[in-house]
Design a protein around this ligand. Structure first.
Ligand SMILES: *Cc1c(COP(=O)(O)O)cnc(C)c1O
Length: 401
């Protein structure tokens, strides 16, 4: 928090709108609409709620099949199960690590052959890096299957100058506490028609029919964003671009650190059509080129220094929850999971914290041998002695904003 969040919260209190509606909801939606270039935005209680409503609005019913990128957070696919629909998982491709067009088309053809034409395709911008927008869109259009774009990690990213969050028939944003901006909890459903927005608001406010009393002919949900959360969102929108800059600087920081370390790749976009918010900076390590050092060794070395790092999302088709559902593709997502690590990426990472991070990386990779974790600090004391570890014991977290 460092914009006008508190000022807008005060406005909400002063006007006594402490409800899932009010001026700040309208203004936060207006800000998002302007930022995304004139789409229709419905703010909701979470990104997951937005995916749930999005699938309903795309006509997904029990027993229907829904295609979903496998290498993503569980929340991308959970709403498929809320609807008792069937997820069909798809591998990643090597360029963007997102939805593989070849496996996607193969799956669509095969499901159609089985008499189960998928009802929707859930696309994801992994860690903020846009997927192959045009080729995926052309496949979706060829088979006339709508796209639900999960842009939960990609607010501030863009493709050919157009912001992510507008590429789906319906798109989804998240303002959860770990995302690039936060309302503590919250999300949004983005659409290209006023009708979809009114339908989304109707469903999100318990599906109340037009009557004096409470009349309901459809099942409803309590999914609207609170006016207090929206106040925070308004303040965060004012500093979104700055946050994107800071996240991108973290990725450059890692690119420089690993520049001359063979076997370590810092996740990046394929070319200049793609612009990533670099919500998280992530790397892959190929132990064949690092004298056997793998991402687990680095993770443990960070842990010993009280620095957060974490494996990638475990591909959903490998999760116990999803083991019985169809999967198309090879082992790209699986091998990324095996060699990937998410690094501290917070936009508020201090110079001193960066020095701590750099020390661990230098120590692990420059010594070119497996580090005995316990002794990293004590036995290699000389490496650390002259440094300014004023906050040595404060935890460096992965994804604070
Ligand atoms: C965070 C996230 C979600 C869910 O958003 P919430 O607001 O936390 O419900 C969905 N998909 C992806 C890819 C995410 O990272």
């Amino acid at each position: 928090m460092r914009g006008n969040e508190q000022k807008y919260i005060r406005e909400a209190f002063d006007s006594n709108w402490v409800a899932p509606m009010g001026t700040n909801v309208d203004l936060f939606e207006r800000d998002l609409k302007t930022y995304l270039n004139n789409v229709h935005v419905t703010t909701l209680s979470s990104g997951t709620a937005a995916i749930h409503l999005g699938l309903i609005l795309l006509g997904v019913n029990a027993g229907d099949e829904v295609i979903c990128q496998s290498l993503t957070f569980a929340a991308s696919a959970n709403p498929i199960l809320y609807l008792k629909a069937i997820p069909v998982f798809i591998d990643s491709e090597e360029d963007t690590w997102n939805l593989c067009p070849i496996a996607l088309e193969e799956a669509i053809i095969d499901r159609i052959k089985l008499g189960k034409k998928p009802k929707a395709i859930i696309t994801v911008h992994l860690y903020g890096n846009p997927y192959k927008i045009e080729v995926i869109r052309s496949i979706a259009d060829k088979y006339q299957i709508p796209i639900l774009e999960d842009a939960a990690e990609a607010l501030g990213s863009s493709y050919k100058g157009q912001k992510c969050g507008v590429f789906g028939d319906i798109s989804v944003l998240s303002f959860n506490g770990n995302k690039i901006i936060t309302t503590s909890g919250g999300g949004a459903l983005v659409s290209h028609s006023e009708d979809i927005k009114s339908r989304a608001i109707f469903l999100a406010t318990q599906s109340k029919d037009d009557a004096i009393h409470y009349e309901h002919s459809e099942v409803g949900y309590n999914y609207r964003l609170s006016n207090i959360s929206a106040s925070i969102g308004r303040g965060q929108m004012e500093i979104l671009d700055e946050f994107v800059n800071l996240r991108r600087k973290m990725q450059v920081f890692y690119k420089q650190l690993f520049e001359d370390v063979p076997g370590v790749y810092v996740y990046d976009v394929p070319d200049k059509d793609y612009f990533s918010n670099h919500w998280l900076s992530v790397i892959t390590i190929n132990p064949a080129e690092t004298n056997g050092i793998d991402c687990n060794d680095l993770r443990l070395a960070f842990e010993a220094e009280n620095i957060d790092s974490r494996p990638f999302w475990k591909p959903l088709h490998l999760q116990p929850l999803h083991q019985d559902f169809p999967y198309y593709g090879g082992n790209v997502a699986e091998s990324l999971f095996a060699k990937g690590l998410c690094l501290p990426s917070g936009s508020n990472t201090s110079e001193e914290e960066k020095a701590r991070i750099q020390n661990v990386i230098d120590c692990v990779f420059k010594t070119k041998k497996k580090i005995k974790i316990k002794s990293l600090f004590s036995k290699n004391k000389s490496l650390f002695e002259n440094n300014v570890f004023v906050n040595f014991f404060s935890k460096i977290r992965l994804e604070t904003t």
